[in-house]
Design a binder for this molecule. Structure first.
Ligand code: WTA
Length: 650
């Protein structure tokens, strides 16, 4: 694993020395200045009881907690015995605070349609959906799978689940039939909420058709609630399928949120790990709510009238925490945009910002790099002066993209925060508070409150400044995952078993003399393609299921736009030919377009040790077109490397 640390794509980051002070006007108005951060950060570590009591106390609990944290490594219980409801805090509480007529959501469809919901309207909509789910037999603790486009109903369905104590499991709409079926089965969901179709670049994406096919493979499924989004004709199965508009339309808009234990499961979200099977990361109610609230407020220096746009789909954790829960818990106005960033052209994001007068934009480096490639003309055509702060998430941001974002989108007036976190961490873990400290492009920077990171060697020794090592977190935090759904052993091993007594994130990082942490990338067999996690083993197991393929190994290759792209090395079954188009289509069908290999290299053998282990280190070098470096003598047949280097890339 550690050999990958040397291989990471960090050359440009390592030599980065620029320091960008917060713009004076922003800093003057910032809620948290340097001294305040330092005081509260110290308190959060030295006296977590007081710190978290104060933060959690800003939210509504129907029963107070008796203990802030009960830590029986590796299991944490936060706000023990407390009872609350996150949907209540996101909606009813805002109405009680006088925000009933304030806009909660502004949604823009790819086709230009705009729908807005005030807090009072959203509360009624969510209440109707909650009553519908109860009518359909959904009970506290039941899992409900969502497979939806980025439409308001996605957020409404999540909040409706949370309201009644059902556990939502959102599956990204770009995932395939079998990926959906596996996730429904793993969660044992009885109810699936989907839509007739979504839109992507003007074309309908056949969600209902995929859901129908998945239902055949997922025996737990009993009911399908179908949102009409695109108006395309879809078959409705008698006794199983229900139109959302009919069921929700008839339901009462009065609903009382269920008081739930702080540790009641809130959602499962599947993410790739270093084995073939995606993990169902489980988050619970109280701790997740408190962290989403705190990070939203502080990392984004949120002000009452801010219009906040997180571009992430709800199929990813960023969409959970900062498209839906975070902004609503803080009573902000959140923007949701359904479609592609380049539809009808590369000016779309900037037009959304201009139209809705967005103050804070939170997006991914891969998007920033794509925009940067299109030049400054697109953004320059729009009025972006409403922007106050910019955020980045999902993968390391290269300093050039950071500078472009800061200069062209932010007009050098908006600080850029680079936020490091994971599906497992639930909320932002590292970021440099925008009004308190200077930013260092390429470095996520300092820890959030209550987060104690360290850079360790494989055997647990803390490293000095600028030494590359493994990023760990030394104590639990409220929005930490509680387990891997249905597989606690995997939870223990993956997160708390790699290095004793610390949470191991799976990333490599280094810390500079000022304490800024630069995250360099994954050190396990997980790729980050356009900010999305893909397990190499997951792709390999699909590849070897293709009739033409005997063996497969997948590695990442640095990519200017995607950060990393998938390169597949395959050996054919004897007497068969590997057809790259068929292989790509197969991957798209089995996993989704995200996992499609950029390059396929067909060879008669893969580089293996005498014990049969594939040496991916060499494959990464070949994929990147580099010289072979390292000791090849452990290979059973070193000549394989030359043949691979000479092989045609398909
Ligand atoms: C990577 C997304 C560098 C990292 C919120 C992590 C980052 C994985 C950053 C989690 C960042 C995320 N700088 N790397 N600012 N943000 N990553 O679960 O490798 O989809 O482990 O969560 O993305 O991806 P996930």
């Amino acid at each position: 694993m550690t050999d990958q640390i040397d291989n990471m794509l960090i050359d440009n980051v390592l030599h980065e020395t620029r320091v960008i002070e917060p713009p004076a006007e922003f800093a003057a108005k910032a809620s948290i200045k340097r001294g305040e951060y330092e005081r509260r950060y110290r308190q959060s570590l030295d006296d977590p009881e007081t710190f978290w009591t104060e933060v959690a106390g800003q939210l509504t609990w129907t029963q107070p907690w008796t203990q802030v944290l009960d830590w029986q490594e590796p299991h944490a219980r936060w706000f023990v015995d407390g009872q609350t409801n996150i949907a209540y805090n996101a909606l009813d509480r805002q109405v009680e605070l006088g925000r009933g007529d304030k806009r909660a959501f502004i949604w823009e469809g790819e086709d230009g349609e705009v729908r807005t919901f005030t807090y009072a309207e959203l509360l009624r909509g969510v209440s109707k959906a909650a009553n519908t789910l109860t009518d359909l037999g959904v009970q506290v603790g039941d899992r409900v799978t969502l497979y939806l486009p980025l439409i308001p109903e996605a957020a409404i369905a999540m909040l409706a689940c949370a309201r009644i104590g059902a556990v939502h499991s959102v599956v990204f709409g770009g995932f395939s039939v079998s990926a959906l079926a596996d996730r429904i089965t793993d969660a044992q969901s009885k109810v699936l909420i989907t839509a007739d179709a979504g839109y992507r670049k003007g074309a309908p994406v056949p969600l209902k058709a995929n859901a129908d096919a998945a239902a055949e493979l997922a025996p737990s499924l009993e009911t399908m609630l179908v949102v009409r989004r695109a108006g395309v004709a879809v078959p409705m199965k008698e006794g199983r399928d229900v139109w959302w508009s009919e069921a929700v339309g008839q339901a009462s808009d009065q609903h009382q949120a269920a008081p739930l234990d702080s540790e009641h499961p809130l959602f499962v979200l599947y993410t790739s790990g270093s084995t073939g099977k995606p993990k169902g990361v489980l988050h619970t109610t109280g701790g997740y709510m408190v962290s989403a609230f705190l990070t939203m407020q502080t990392a984004f220096d949120l002000k009452e009238d801010d219009v906040f746009w997180c571009t992430a789909d709800v199929g990813w954790v960023t969409g959970h925490s900062y498209t839906v829960y975070g902004p609503l818990l803080c009573g902000a106005t959140a923007v949701m945009y359904e479609g592609a960033p380049n539809h009808p052209d590369w000016g779309r994001f900037w037009s959304v910002i201009e139209k809705h007068k967005i103050n804070i934009l939170y997006t991914a480096p891969t998007a920033i790099r794509s925009f940067m490639r299109q030049g400054d003309d697109y953004p320059n055509r729009y009025d972006l002066s409403s922007l106050r702060l910019l955020g980045s998430v999902g993968e390391p941001i290269n300093p050039e993209a950071w500078m472009w974002y800061h200069r062209v989108i932010g007009g050098e007036r908006c600080p850029v925060i680079d936020t490091w976190w994971q599906t497992e961490t639930g909320t932002i873990m590292l970021t440099t508070l925008p009004g308190a400290f200077p930013a260092k492009p390429g470095s996520a920077g300092l820890p959030m409150f209550g987060i104690e990171p360290a850079i360790l060697t494989r055997d647990g020794h803390e490293l000095g400044p600028d030494e590359g090592g493994l990023l760990v977190i030394k104590r639990p935090w409220p929005s930490m995952l509680r387990t891997v759904y249905g597989d606690d052993e995997r939870y223990r091993k993956t997160y708390w078993g790699e290095i004793p007594h610390v949470y191991f994130a799976g990333d490599g990082a280094r810390k500079d003399a000022d304490g800024y942490i630069t995250v360099m990338g994954r050190v396990d067999d997980v790729l980050n393609v356009s900010g999305h996690r893909l397990g190499t083993m997951e792709i390999e197991s699909v590849l070897v299921a293709h009739p033409s393929i005997s063996e497969a190994a997948v590695v990442g290759r640095p990519d200017e736009v995607k950060g990393e792209c998938v390169v597949a090395f395959v050996t054919p079954q004897s007497g068969m030919e590997c057809d790259p188009a068929a292989i790509r289509a197969f991957i798209t069908k089995e996993i989704g377009a995200l996992a499609r290999p950029e390059a396929i290299i067909v060879a008669d053998a893969l580089p293996k040790t005498r014990s049969g282990k594939i040496m991916r280190r060499f494959l990464r070098q070949i994929a990147a077109g580099k010289e072979i470096q390292g000791d090849t003598s452990t290979l059973e047949d070193p000549s394989v490397l030359e043949r691979l280097q000479a092989a045609e890339v398909l």
